[in-house]
Design a binder for this molecule. Structure first.
Ligand SMILES: Nc1nc2c(ncn2[C@@H]2O[C@H](COP(=O)(O)OP(=O)(O)OP(=O)(O)O)[C@@H](O)[C@H]2O)c(=O)[nH]1
Ligand SMILES: [Mg+2]
Length: 218
């Protein structure tokens, strides 16, 4: 059957220790590993999502670029941020300075990754470690995020997985609708993506098969 496939490069940014790597690991492998090992430079991971969309199934190939919170990037910054589909800006709900930090990251992404039409890259805000606090109001987080220019905001926990899938799904739906609009208006050319998708599918079907109920990290 004909499948509609889209490739998304998603940056994951935020201050050191807020839980970026843990969130992406939770989403891509379903696991959480305790203990902190700072990311150096950038860690890559991917996930393929299949979605039954009426008659035509849709496949999303997600490439996550999990950037080190300590990184200063220097002159390489444009290379990291080029052709970004969207960004997840993460902050730690237990850190007092978190909101300023997350805005700084949003600005960094949007200043350095303009799209061809100069539209800003969509950023969502994930407030991580909600397992450490009581009474999380998801609608308050969403409202606060939108007020400062994010497209949405979610409270999540990489530790117990709370709301991680829902937050990702909502963000992906936004990116998918935007991609369809951009293709229709000629702002996005998905021809190059098709070649990458073929290479990816080849690799995916021949290697890197995780063992059932387990992953590389745990
Ligand atoms: N309680 C709790 N701890 C978490 C959660 N997510 C991450 N942590 C812990 O927070 C610490 C930092 O997590 P990382 O995922 O390595 O943070 P990071 O943002 O990738 O950090 P850098 O790579 O330095 O930028 C680790 O000790 C994690 O176990 C969470 O949802 N709840
Ligand atoms: Mg990390």
């Amino acid at each position: 059957m004909d499948v509609e496939t889209h490739l998304f490069k998603i940056l994951v940014v935020g201050d050191s220790g807020v839980g970026k790597t843990s969130l992406i690991r939770r989403y891509t492998t379903g696991c959480f590993t305790d203990g902190y090992k700072a990311t150096i430079g950038v860690e890559f991971s991917s996930k393929v999502i299949k979605w039954e969309n009426g008659d035509k199934p849709v496949e999303f190939i997600l490439q996550f670029w999990d950037l080190a919170g300590q990184e200063r990037f220097g002159t390489q910054i444009k290379a990291y941020f080029r052709e970004t589909s969207g960004a997840i800006c993460v902050y730690d709900i237990t850190q007092e300075t978190a909101p300023d930090g997350v805005l700084k990251w949003k600005k960094l992404v949007q200043d350095n990754s303009p799209e061809s039409d100069m539209e800003v890259v969509p950023c969502t805000m994930f407030v991580n470690k909600i397992d450490l606090v009581d009474n999380i109001q998801q609608d308050e987080i969403d409202k606060a995020a939108k007020k400062v220019g994010f497209i949405s905001g979610f409270g999540v926990s990489a530790l117990n997985g709370n709301s991680v899938d829902d937050a990702m799904k909502s963000f992906l739906m936004y990116l998918y609708n935007k991609r369809k609009r951009d293709i229709a208006s000629g702002l996005y050319d998905d021809e190059e993506d098709k070649e990458i998708v073929e290479v990816f599918n080849y690799n995916d079907s021949t290697k890197f098969k995780p063992r059932q109920g387990s992953c590389y990290y745990c």
